[in-house]
Design a protein around this ligand. Structure first.
Ligand SMILES: Cc1cc2nc3c(=O)[nH]c(=O)nc-3n(C[C@H](O)[C@H](O)[C@H](O)COP(=O)(O)OP(=O)(O)OC[C@H]3O[C@@H](n4cnc5c(N)ncnc54)[C@H](O)[C@@H]3O)c2cc1C
Length: 424
């Protein structure tokens, strides 16, 4: 099953028609953003697509994206009660259809301005969500983005074969129609800081700068010419001369994207994923692993990297041992050196935030560099809020949206209390 739907409307209507209208819908309960799935199916069956699209957008401005990239097997699809005995309803395909149509036809009159300026830094899922919510309420939003296009990981991380980029482009139009000023190629933190924003009359700043700093192994060989970080590789895969042997280190979702992309860059390449745990411990979504295997990616489990050389990756074998408490612990066998040959090595072992784009006062961060915020989503600097991966650490698109929605309420309340203006 692919997350990208190609089904036509009548097939989707048939699927919606199978809904049992459960009294306590488990699908809705399992949705991180509590999408009112039964209500959407009902509207869809009544041919009220536009209304359904609006309900979805109001609850989750990134519904069109989440319906494609959410881990559905853990959420709506995996929790459809029909899945136990028959086929679960792929609600996400219905959502893709409705929301895809809604964002491509999105229209609105420009909201009346309330006179309060807010700066949003970072145009990934969190920044786009905040900009849409605030703009709809009349705030004058400037969305500042370091890259030349909006989307964050949606644009520069998730490969186009999983998320077609026209879905991300549509948000550029939505933001424009809502009166958001998008300032591309604007990196905050080198010569512009949040201090400058307050001096320019912004009442609050929302930081949604994500986690774009790849984790290192901290081993010899990482600076060699054939070694790349997955999130950098994914930004522009075709500029890399991969050769025929590609080794991806790590077994999470980013590693799967890197491996599947490498095969598309060089269809002759033998791509091997090195996993330092057992097959059943892989953290990537099962669906992604299945697709990778189908496309020819090989897996080497229970191997721990010791160093990278011009020839490839030198690994130690790892043993999974059950300790006296019945827990599985992993031990490297340092005497078992093995070379996995590689023309290209891609590191996909997680990521953390780059430095905080604060001004004179520094934003408080955790040891991992994540921004520390209070229960309102405000950092230690008054008026500076944050959400998304930079607060939670790498998570999912829907989680970035859920948290941003909460922070948006608090940011709005902060502005209205402090500046005494009433939002529309
Ligand atoms: C390769 C990959 C695949 C993924 N696949 C999935 C998936 O299938 N499903 C899913 O739900 N989640 C997936 N995720 C996770 C998901 O994409 C993130 O959780 C989500 O993008 C977080 O949103 P964000 O807005 O916090 O950060 P980001 O998407 O990282 O956006 C941050 C934005 O801030 C900008 N920025 C950073 N610093 C500055 C600065 N100083 N000044 C101005 N702008 C700045 C960046 O350029 C970027 O555009 C994936 C992540 C990766 C890396």
């Amino acid at each position: 099953m692919s997350n990208l739907s190609t089904e036509n409307r009548s097939t989707l209507l048939e699927e919606a028609g199978r809904c049992l209208k459960c009294k306590v819908p488990r699908c809705k309960k399992a949705c991180p953003i509590s999408t009112d799935i039964p209500e959407i199916m009902k509207l869809f069956l009544e041919d009220k697509d536009a209304e359904a699209g609006e309900v979805l957008f109001e609850n989750n401005p990134l519904s069109a994206i989440c319906s494609i990239v959410c881990p559905h097997e853990n959420n709506c699809f995996g929790n459809c009660v029909l899945g136990a005995k028959q086929k679960a309803i792929p609600f996400f395909k219905i959502e893709q259809y409705i929301s895809g149509k809604y964002i491509s036809e999105f229209d609105c009159s420009k909201p009346e301005k309330n006179g309060i300026r807010v700066a949003v830094v970072g145009a990934g899922p969190a920044g786009i969500t905040m900009s849409i919510i605030l703009a709809k309420k009349g705030f004058q939003v400037t969305l500042m983005e370091a890259q030349d296009q909006i989307g964050g990981v949606l644009r520069y991380g998730i490969p186009a074969f999983r998320l077609p980029k026209d879905k991300v482009d549509a948000y550029r139009d939505i933001l424009r129609k809502l009166g958001v000023t998008v300032k591309p190629s604007c990196y905050i933190g080198s010569n512009l800081s949040v201090d400058d924003m307050f001096m320019d009359g912004y009442s609050a700043v929302f930081l949604a700068v994500g986690t774009a700093k790849p984790n290192r192994l901290g081993l010899l060989g990482e600076t060699l010419g054939h070694v790349h970080f997955a999130i950098d590789f994914l930004k522009a895969p075709n500029v890399h001369d991969l050769g025929d042997k590609v080794v991806v280190i790590g077994a999470g979702n980013v590693a799967m994207d890197a491996a599947r992309t490498a095969i598309r860059v060089n269809s002759n390449a033998q791509v091997t994923v090195i996993n330092n745990r057992r097959e059943q411990d892989i953290t990537a979504a099962n669906e992604e692993v299945v697709m990778a295997v189908e496309e020819g990616v090989k897996f080497q489990h229970l191997l721990s990297v010791l160093r990278i050389t011009d020839e490839g990756v030198i690994c130690a074998e790892v043993e999974a041992i059950e300790n006296e408490n019945g827990e599985v612990v992993f031990e490297e066998n340092m005497l078992s050196n093995r070379l996995i040959e590689a023309d290209t090595v891609i590191l996909a072992i997680g990521q953390g935030p780059k430095s905080a784009p604060s001004g004179e006062a520094q934003i408080e961060t955790t040891l991992r560099g994540l921004f520390v915020v209070d229960e309102n989503g405000m950092t230690n600097i008054p008026g500076v809020f944050a959400a998304g991966d930079v607060v939670s650490g790498p998570k999912t698109v829907v989680e970035a949206v859920v948290y941003t929605k909460k922070v948006a309420e608090n940011l709005e309340r902060y502005c209205l209390e402090k500046y005494g203006k009433v939002a529309e």
